[in-house]
Write a protein that binds this ligand. Sequence first.
Ligand SMILES: [Zn+2]
Length: 121
Amino acid sequence: MLRPLNLSVRWPMDKGESILYRTHQSWKLTIAAGGILISAALMYVAVLRINDFPTKEYLGVAGGLVSLLSFVFPLAAIRCPKCGSHWLWLAATQRQLTWYRWLLSQSACPKCRTSPSTAAT
Ligand SMILES: [Zn+2]
């Protein structure tokens, strides 16, 4: 009989130990997720107004720009306060599908091994 996995199995590490949370940078991922939702809403409204020139073009371009910024901003902004390495980029280029789990499992900078408690923020 199969039992559901509990949270300790799915999340091998407490979020509070992650460099992402200890350096108070998780809000950057939240902003990115919000931007993606706003982008989707803008694109949806553009499709609804498909016969409304030039509104649909403006909405489509705005949605595309918001979407692009939602990906570029966290890639550039989530970084080590000590050495400046881009942690989200490192997570995204890992040979794993679970980039978020990899990012949360890091308790020190993967490049310079500085613990956030000793890094100047
Ligand atoms: Zn570092």
